[in-house]
Design a protein around this ligand. Sequence first.
Ligand SMILES: [Zn+2]
Length: 379
Amino acid sequence: MRTGTIDRIAAALCCSLLLLVLTGCGAVPNPVADEARTLESPRPTDPEGLRVMVYYDMEGLSGQDDPDTFRYSKPAAYRLGRQLLTDDVNAVIDGLFAGGALLVDVVDAHGSGNWSEPDILLDRMDPRATAVFRDEAFRPYVDLVEPDLYDAVVVVGMHASTGRGGFASHTWTLGMDIVMNDMPLTETEIIGYAWGRVGVPVILATGDDRLGAQLAGSMPWVEYVTVKTATSASSAELRPVAEVHAEMREAASRALRHRDQARAMRIGEPVRAALRAVPPASVEMFRDVPGLDYDGDSVAFTAANFQAAFDGVIALTGIARFGYQQVLLESVRAHHDGEQIMADYSDRLFRRWLDYESGRWTPPEPPTPPADQRFFGSR
Ligand SMILES: [Zn+2]
């Protein structure tokens, strides 16, 4: 681990400890614009009952120790993953209704590559809850589906952030680490800051022990259910699933009852945002870009607010993914026709340039989605 990384983690830990001191016993610090973040009491609720948004990811499931279970391209394992996911979400939904929830909506936040339907098995999902579909594409973590509707957010099947030794630990995509105001953020915290903008807290999360440790520092009010102990990024020691589900039910009910002690999180503005990248990603190509602070494994900039910081970091991830091309090259070279494939690529690239310059080639129109296309988050 590089020294810079240790410094950043130390800074983030200090930050968490400071917040713990400030927020001990539910006291809320006065919002100060230049702090790394502020914690606020959640917005008032409708006395009728609580409306809950449930996000699910697919790496932090109970009964799951095979990374192929969250990949659409591995049909046999993926089938099992969908069942495990549905069982975890159903246990949480059951606990939420037992705790008095008025409404539970469910959004797919995983993106296994299954573009035709959400990863959850809709026909086996608890019918008291509703899967969210929209007519337009939306990014599940930061585009609030209905900002005024929900009182609380619950996240199921989550994972630790990049470099934390969790099962399939990552942030957003492979090898990326999203940092805001010196705090490396898990996806759970990203959701927290997105919903904190409208005063809505995250009240319950489920995932492995490593994510639990991260959230204990950064979101100590969150009810957390540890579903497994990570032994590497691709292996875990599992807990008995029935026991985990019983805990999920209880924790969901308890989280609803204690909702007012949860905190809505707001990131301090302006936001110092950074993308740190480790293999297979890389930020090497940002080395000489003016206006970006490059320090070897990360690149940083300042943005006005959470949304601008998030959009900027995600744009950087698009470029940091070029690190993945190294693996593509390795695959091609290892192929028995590798040399021929590389020669074809070189010729095609050369022709594309000349054809475009000569007006013989124009980029194809992006396909228009069918009029009845519905979007479910990761789609
Ligand atoms: Zn995720």
